[in-house]
Design a protein around this ligand. Structure first.
Ligand code: PHE
Ligand code: ZN
Length: 872
């Protein structure tokens, strides 16, 4: 953790290791502060005459080292591990180390989560367990022996299949496991604890029975049902859609409270943040149910895309993550509302990924330089990575894409490979040249696409001209043209899609491959409006100027839900841009703009043909983060004024409609199904507008909803609606909520987040008090993200307060947090990294705090990498 200025590793410097560990026997003697680990590795030399075996190891106490059964002393201990001088082709290395799980607050390696021992080895955590070739291209088989006290740790789990168990003296017992599949060290896992166990089974396509086991904290068994049902859906889906079957006899999922990320795909033994496992009607929202299904599926899908075929090196992370996110998104679209799912995926790209591209941390989906790997589990690698896969899917179609997947597994099962290997399989299976497409892996930044069209009425020819601009980013100044699929549809004046290319087809995918390109094709009639980026066919910013009338036509008629949603944002964005360029942007949108926006939304509101879920979505004013993507500079006051002014205008002007639709979208007894989800969303969107319109008048209504809610979505709907609109009611209900839920940490996270997101003049002293709350701990990432993360990312007014108090407070928290858990600290610093996008007053305030961080002694590599890039 100490840095004598850490140096970046480069993708171009990849070298295979000189030696290979083919098999390892691990024995764990678990103890709170003095766990002993014995690792017996079977090693072979791969490079002739190589005579130094370099092993990774961090925070380890070396107890002994033997080679082929004899004590061995010819080695050097360094900060990063061991250098063993050895001249042999095959040998057995036995290393004993001691580690301290209790003191491990980084949550990497072996640590204790409440009473449970668990491990987290991705990306480079295995080196905190023993000295090893801790790199994903070393594939080995593992035998594991675990010993611990029987009473406190009745379950001792690891990867693969159980091979034995027994009792020992002193109340101890042991269990052994063997994983027949070769795997990299990052997929190793061990769990020891006491749990409630949910069991089920799944019979695979070829008729094998797989035992499913879900381990949750005692007393939480009922909350695991949804996760277990989701797992079975995911297993069936992967068989149906990709022909992929599970390969071991047992699949285990363990939920833990202390976890840095969402979940981890360890072979046969997933470890989950309990947030993505536990749910019941009263404590979980519709969104929680959705997320659990999707994360359970994501980790399951990794068994093929990640575990059976893994990454050669960490620069290739998107090989498994982009692809697996794409697969879980496909799955979610099949399980829930495809339209809303797609829109939400696009929001992540626009709000967070575009921001990352515009920040000092900008990187391609396959980064070229990494200082701290943990900093590259990003929206770029994951979500833009998934968009890149999605473009391939669009260009090849499901059949062609499936053929590519089949070939990928045929060629690479059991290997550690690169992103190029993946694209090559796609290319070869479809006899297509995808060399140009590969630039998406190498180039960072958000392409801007400018489009224009002309219609030759006489000959019925539509000519579309498109150009792409790829501006320099923090990490790359030189950019090339990318291959950009544009999925188009043309509407006539009645909103009906027009046949194109003289056939019957009404949509087509055109691929822009040059800086500038145009297409001329038959179009059956005068076009009234164009959808050019249907289904968000590429992760770009599109500029096509269309009138309000044209955008309205798309909003009400396009066949594609994303296009409808996007037309609404485009319409609004034009007004926002005009206002930002005007003399007094801080006065918000002018009356005329407000009226025309209201008129359009009134039509949406009263349109009975629109899918309810989509309607509710389109009635929401875009988030601050979305609006901030419109320009390179962020005018905090203007954007807040625009957003709040618009919400207030819509709320008051349409108040009767909100009330009518509020009443008309009551749901019966809670069920998690799409009709109910849409109704609840609409219901709560209306409630929010009602409280904005007249908080005093609708307070009673809100309170009634709170008191009678039989589910967490409706409960939270009330709290969010009062948060900034009715402080007294908010405080009253929050006090009640705390009483009701103080026993449930995951629900209390919602409470902490609501507190941290509220704008109040005394917010900082309130948060300081909350840090002392008995349910809060900086050592727990979920709590920290709920309180401190919500403040930093979403409490725009307080975080970006012009007096700089938000920046100062956040920095103080980061200094404390960095000592405990650098990974989490490095995520929460994100909003300060883009300081150059703020005004002349805020810039130096943020910069000052970043410099304060940079000057901390013993700053983690995680924070150092980000802060130094920002200050560069
Ligand atoms: N590989 C995990 C996933 O995507 C994420 C993860 C990364 C978890 C690193 C922990 C540590 O599912
Ligand atoms: Zn993943």
């Amino acid at each position: 953790m100490t840095h004598s200025v850490p140096v970046a590793k480069k993708r171009a410097d990849y070298q295979p290791a000189d030696f290979e560990i083919e098999h390892v026997k691990l024995a764990f003697y678990l103890d709170e502060t003095r766990t002993k680990v014995r690792a017996i590795s079977t090693i072979s030399r791969r490079v002739k005459h190589a005579n130094t075996l370099v092993l990774d190891g961090v925070d380890l106490t070396l107890l002994s080292l033997n080679i082929d059964g004899e004590p061995y002393h010819d080695y050097l201990q360094t900060d990063a591990g061991l250098q063993i001088n050895i001249d042999a082709d095959n040998f057995e290395l036995c290393i004993d180390t001691q580690i301290n799980p209790e003191q491990n607050s980084s949550l990497e390696g072996l640590y204790k989560s409440a009473g449970t021992y668990c491990t987290q080895c991705e990306a480079e955590g295995f080196r905190k367990i023993t000295y090893f070739l801790d790199r994903p291209d070393n594939l080995a088989t593992y035998d594991v022996y675990i010993e611990a006290e029987q009473a406190a740790f009745p379950y001792l789990l690891s990867n693969g299949n159980p091979t034995g168990q027994g009792e020992l003296e002193n109340g101890k017992h042991w269990v052994s496991w063997s994983d027949p599949y070769k795997k990299p060290s990052y997929l190793f896992a061990l769990v020891a604890g006491d749990f409630d166990l949910l069991e089920d089974s799944f019979s695979t396509l070829s008729g094998r029975e797989v035992k499913l086991q879900l381990f949750v904290d005692k007393g939480n068994a009922a909350k695991g049902e949804h996760a277990l049902a989701s797992l079975k859906k995911a297993m069936a889906w992967d068989e149906q859609v990709y022909g992929l079957e599970y390969d071991l006899d047992i699949y285990m999922v363990v939920a833990v409270d202390f976890f840095n990320m969402g979940a981890m795909e360890n072979k046969g033994l997933n470890v989950f943040n309990s947030k993505f496992v536990l749910a019941d009607d009263l404590s979980a929202t519709d969104e929680d149910y959705f997320n659990i299904e999707s994360v359970i599926a994501h980790e399951y899908f990794h068994n093929w895309t990640g575990n059976r075929v893994t990454c050669r090196d960490w620069f290739q992370l998107s090989l498994k993550e982009g692809l697996t996110v794409f697969r879980d998104q496909q799955f979610s679209s099949d399980m829930a509302s495809a339209a809303i799912n797609r829109i939400n995926n696009v929001k992540v790209i626009r709000e967070h990924q575009f921001a990352e591209d515009a920040s000092p941390m900008s990187h391609p989906i396959r980064p070229d330089e990494v200082m701290e790997m943990n900093n590259f589990y990003t929206v770029t690698v994951y979500n833009k990575g998934a968009e890149v896969i999605s473009m391939l899917h669009k260009m090849l179609g499901q059949t062609g894409f499936r053929a590519g997947m089949d070939l990928y597994f045929e060629r690479h099962d059991g290997q550690a490979v690169t992103c190029d290997d993946f694209v090559n399989a796609m290319a070869d299976a479809n006899q297509k040249n995808l060399n140009l497409f590969k630039r998406w892996y190498a180039q960072s930044g958000t392409p801007e696409v400018f489009a224009d069209y002309l219609f030759d009425e006489q000959n019925q020819i539509l000519t579309l001209s498109v150009k792409q601009v790829n501006a320099p980013t923090a990490d790359q100044s030189y950019k090339q043209a990318l291959s950009i699929p544009l999925d188009i549809e043309v509407l006539d004046s009645t909103g009906t899609p027009l046949p194109l290319f003289s056939g019957q087809q009404t949509s087509a995918v055109l691929t822009l491959e040059q800086q500038q390109q145009s297409w001329s094709f038959h179009c059956a009639n005068q076009p009234a409006a164009l959808c050019l980026l249907r289904d968000f066919s590429a992760p770009v910013k599109l500029h096509l100027s269309q009138t309000d009338e044209q955008l309205k036509l798309i909003m009400l008629n396009a066949s594609d839900a994303f296009s409808r949603f996007d037309a609404w944002h485009q319409l609004l964005n034009r007004y926002i841009n005009q206002t930002l360029e005007s003399e007094h942007p801080q006065q918000g949108l002018p009356q005329k703009a407000l009226c025309s926006i209201k008129n359009v939304l009134a039509e949406v509101l009263n349109d009975d043909k629109i899918d309810l879920a989509l309607k509710a979505e389109m009635l929401c004013v875009p988030s601050f983060e979305t609006m901030a993507q419109l320009n390179s500079q962020i005018d905090v006051e203007a954007l807040l004024a625009i957003k709040q002014g618009l919400e207030h205008f819509l709320a008051t002007e349409l108040v009767e409609s909100w009330f009518y639709h509020y009443q008309n979208n009551q749901t019966a007894a809670y069920e998690y199904n799409q009709q109910q989800v849409a109704k609840r969303r609409m219901h709560n969107v209306c409630l929010n507008y009602l409280l904005i319109a007249d908080a005093a008048k609708y307070a009673e209504q809100a309170k009634q909803q709170y008191l009678s809610a039989d589910n967490m979505s409706d409960t939270l709907g009330v709290l969010k609606a009062c948060q900034d609109n009715h402080v007294a009611l908010f405080d009253e209900l929050m006090a009640d909520f705390e009483q009701r839920w103080q026993h449930d940490a995951l629900v209390m996270d919602k409470w902490f987040a609501l507190q941290a997101g509220a704008f109040r003049s005394d917010i900082l002293s309130r948060i300081e008090l909350l840090k002392e709350h008995s349910g809060f701990s900086l050592r727990n990432p979920n709590r920290t993200r709920a309180l401190i993360g919500t403040f930093a990312f979403y409490n725009t007014q307080a975080m970006h307060h012009i007096d700089g108090s938000g920046y100062k407070w956040l920095t103080e928290q980061l200094i404390l947090l960095d000592k405990i858990n650098p990974q989490v600290a490095a995520r929460i610093v994100t909003p300060m990294l883009q300081f150059k996008r703020y005004d002349a007053i805020r810039q130096p305030l943020i910069k000052h705090q970043l410099m304060r961080l940079a000057n901390q002694p013993d700053l983690s590599t995680d924070l150092y990498e980000k802060v130094s890039k920002a200050l560069n």
